[in-house]
Design a protein around this ligand. Structure first.
Ligand code: GLN
Ligand code: ZN
Length: 813
């Protein structure tokens, strides 16, 4: 590789370079979620297809107008979606599962929604998280028989729309390698089938789409390849070489095949985009590919791209779109620092443009829509509109020199100083307390074998104790009461009475059903993170800060802006109220520190581990207060523990360290006789089984019903030494599991986990289900537990010790 001249500093950025600003994608929903209303109206039949199409076109036009008005030179097209852009890509390449084909042929729009949501007759595509974001995409289903066919209609139409409105536009597509890496084997296909083997079949379809886009007037087309920022095998990197062309010395062997998309003659210029982390081993592959541009992320840990790029000798002859503005968090950029990064990059590519690091889909639309946020804090925030403006400002600074943006730089400096010096981000009480945490705070006072003896004596539970995960159905009455309270139609006293009466009902049902460890049902919580965020100092709520989670579901994550403390107990009142209604143990219910962070916008001005520690200390106080109020069992939910795992293996150990430390800090102060539960709602926890052990919870409940208790085997195989409740009731389905089916699952569980350590519970909370299903299902669960319990051999050892089972006696700490 050639070496480049030393990088010029930002302030010497020469006036001859003309940098431009762009974005990879923009929020789709509109200022007040117009898209959600239009799509849901269409589903209900109150909005016609024509009206939906018009609403969508209006939203696209408004976005482009906003972007162009802000100074964005090239607007993205094709990033819009009625539901999900990966689903749109499946349509674009003709990867429509056989079961959806009739629907798609009858009506493309209804067919699209059938793929997304299923209908009476057909199941939808599976949905899963888009990398480590909270956006969910529909997983392409592929198999050895998949035949791809090009359908460029949506991409071409949206490009034409933008061009007709007078914008310079760049279609954005999911790239072929990422598309295949995001796909999975279709149902009925060998689960080991690797979709990437279809690459040679897929590339001609992309070639056709590219030719169509060129014919429609595209100068550039962006191909998003975020999957290349993950750890990739030599074979996968070789696939990237085949996709884009180039020599690509990846050690992956055969790379000569087609010459890739880069070698096509009838095509627009190609910009291959990556984001969410550094490209690592894939960087040289893309740098050598015969494409005209790369977009790279330079935020957070992805700043490693800067060094990697310099070491490689830059991108001579290529356009670099530099993602220096964090596209997935809500904080203002440090403009001076970005300008300095950009100045360095100027020496490393032919042309440098400025952009947010990824699509702005992952942040809310506009800070100016927030009227309730303290203006002193609002100035620290940047949503999609503000991030776009930052990219434009930086492009001007890069082109014209920092003097040209002196006013913006001064304002930015003041905003950053306001944040750094604020009492909200520097609470001395919180700071000194986190600094004083010692190793002893992270450990329960006694090891599990001793704790479990005390807990058994205190709780007096039968073998195979039954419990639930926390929430009971969120009824319309509850939702109405919450809305009435928010709108001032009822006062707190009336609202509290409704909550109290719901709790009485939940308790009386559980007693009648014969459940052993009861819950209060969480009727006072609309959301497990928001409820705590509203009660902790340091978190802010937004009014319009909607972010797409999937389809028409939008969430408003809290903003974790400052140091976290707990002004007063958060859950003690309703938990003790519930306990006052029954002689059976009631389980207190908290959301764990990792999940509190994962489902919020977190601070970027300190390590995540420090923020987690602050949340953990607040929860630790809550645990102490619950205990003091007589709560014998406390569950700390961590459903987000696994999804927050860093994309690259290199970052995982450090993450798991702070994550488990935070959980242990939250729960380590509990007395030996207080039983600590945790809950995680997924069955694939292989990557974190070590961390699950390290949490040192007394009991863990997990999802298992669909996978036929495989998790019990996996945990046992890993030597999991404590109590486990693999779910025996699939709460994702309205189906009521018959008692004999639950009993069979329990017997399966007993093959792996001894009876002394096996719990009986549903897969997850019941809040999305109806009371009728929940009643019948839990009655069956209790009946099954009784039946299996009665068939157990009578244990003769002291309580707490194993009486057998394949992993019996493994108890330890
Ligand atoms: N306790 C919560 C509930 O039951 C747990 C939810 C979750 O795991 N996502 O709803
Ligand atoms: Zn769950």
């Amino acid at each position: 590789m050639t070496s480049t001249s030393p990088a010029p500093a930002a302030r010497t950025a020469h006036a001859t370079h003309s940098a431009r600003a762009t974005v990879h994608g923009y929020p789709r929903q509109g200022p007040t979620r117009e898209l959600k209303r239009a799509v849901e109206g269409y589903w209900k039949g109150t909005v016609t297809a024509e009206a939906l199409r018009t609403a969508a076109a209006d939203l696209r036009a408004a976005n482009w107008r906003q972007l162009a008005g802000a100074g964005v030179h090239e607007v993205p097209t094709g990033d819009f979606s009625y539901y999900d852009h990966v689903l749109d890509t499946s349509v674009m390449v003709g990867a429509i599962p056989a079961r959806h084909r009739a629907a798609v042929e009858a009506d493309p729009m209804d067919g699209l929604f059938a793929m997304a949501r299923g209908n009476q007759r057909v199941a939808p595509l599976e949905m899963t998280k888009w990398f480590d974001t909270n956006y969910h995409y529909l997983v392409p289903e592929l198999g050895p028989d998949t035949v791809f066919t090009a359908d460029s209609a949506k991409q071409v139409a949206e490009l034409r729309e933008a061009l007709a409105l007078g914008h310079a536009a760049r279609p954005v597509l999911v790239g072929p390698v990422s598309y295949l890496l995001l796909a999975k084997a279709a149902p009925g296909v060998d689960p080991d089938f690797e979709p990437l083997t279809l690459l040679d079949r897929l590339l001609p379809v992309y070639a056709e789409v590219l030719a169509d886009l060129r014919a429609a007037g595209a100068e550039w087309v962006q191909l998003d390849e975020p999957a290349l920022v993950q750890d990739r095998t030599a074979g996968e990197l070789a696939a990237a070489v085949r996709a884009y062309g180039g020599g690509g010395d990846t050690g992956g062997g055969d790379t000569d095949a087609t010459g890739g998309l880069g070698a096509l003659t009838d095509r627009p210029k190609l910009l291959v985009a990556s984001y969410f982390d550094r490209l690592g081993e894939a960087l040289p592959v893309l740098a050598e590919a015969p494409v005209e541009g790369l977009a790279l992320d330079f935020t957070g840990p992805a700043i490693a791209n800067l060094h990697d790029l310099a070491a490689l000798g830059g991108l001579p002859g290529k356009r670099l779109v530099a993602g220096v503005v964090d596209g997935r968090n809500v904080w203002i950029n440090d403009l001076e620092q970005s300008l300095s990064t950009l100045g360095t990059l100027l020496g490393l590519a032919d042309r440098v443009d400025v952009a947010p690091s990824c699509s702005l889909l992952h942040v809310p639309l506009d800070v100016d829509a927030e009227h309730d946020i303290d203006p002193e804090i609002a100035r620290w925030l940047a949503f999609a509109r503000q991030k776009t403006a930052e990219a434009v400002t930086l492009s001007r600074g890069l082109s014209l020199g920092s003097e040209a943006i002196a006013a913006e730089l001064a304002a930015n400096r003041a905003d950053l100083a306001s944040r750094a010096g604020s009492a909200l981000t520097n609470d001395p009480g919180v700071r000194s307390r986190t600094a004083a945490v010692t190793g002893a705070d992270l450990r329960r006072s006694r090891p599990y074998p001793e704790r479990t003896r005390e807990q058994r004596a205190r709780l007096g539970l039968p073998l195979l104790p039954t419990t639930t995960i926390g929430s009971f159905p969120q009824t319309t009455e509850l939702r109405t009461a919450r809305a009435d309270l928010a709108a001032g139609r009822i006062d707190t006293a009336v609202y509290d009475e409704r909550i109290g009466s719901e709790i009485r009902e939940v308790l009386s049902f559980q007693e009648k059903a014969g459940i052993d460890v009861l819950v209060h049902g969480e009727p006072e919580r609309s959301d497990m993170v928001q409820y705590f965020a509203e009660r902790l100092t340091g978190f802010l709520a937004t009014r319009q800060g909607w972010v797409q989670s999937y389809g028409t579901r939008y969430v408003r994550p809290p903003v974790l802006a400052g140091d976290v403390s707990r002004p007063e107990p958060m859950t003690v009142r309703w938990t003790t109220y519930a306990q006052s209604l029954t002689d059976r143990p009631v389980k207190g219910m908290l959301t764990g520190p990792v999940t509190m962070l994962a489902w919020s916008f977190v601070r970027d001005d300190q390590p995540l581990g420090d923020t987690a520690r602050q949340v953990a200390l607040a929860l630790r106080d809550e645990v102490r207060d619950l205990e003091a109020a007589g709560t014998p069992v406390i569950q700390v939910d961590e459903p987000a523990l696994r999804e927050t795992l860093p994309l690259r293996a290199a970052g995982r150990a450090a993450y798991l360290d702070w994550a488990t430390e935070a959980f242990r800090l939250a729960t380590g102060g509990a007395a030996a006789a207080t039983q600590i539960h945790t809950h995680m709602c997924y069955a694939e926890f292989g990557d974190i089984v070590g961390a699950i052990k390290d949490l040192d919870a007394d009991v863990i409940s997990l999802e298992a019903a669909r996978s036929h208790m495989r998790v019990a085997d996996e945990l046992a195989a890993a030597g999991y030494p404590r109590e486990v409740g693999p779910g025996v009731y699939d709460i994702h389905s309205p189906r009521v599991p018959p008692a004999d089916e639950v009993a069979a699952l329990l017997r399966k569980g007993l093959e792996a986990v001894p009876a002394e350590r096996l719990w009986v519970n549903p897969d997850c909370g019941l809040k999305t289900r109806d009371w009728t299903e929940v009643r019948a299902s839990l009655e069956n669960v209790v009946a099954a537990a009784r039946e299996v319990r009665e068939s157990l051999p009578v244990a003769d050892g002291p309580a707490g010790e194993s009486s057998g089972g394949p992993t019996g006696g493994a108890a330890g700490n």
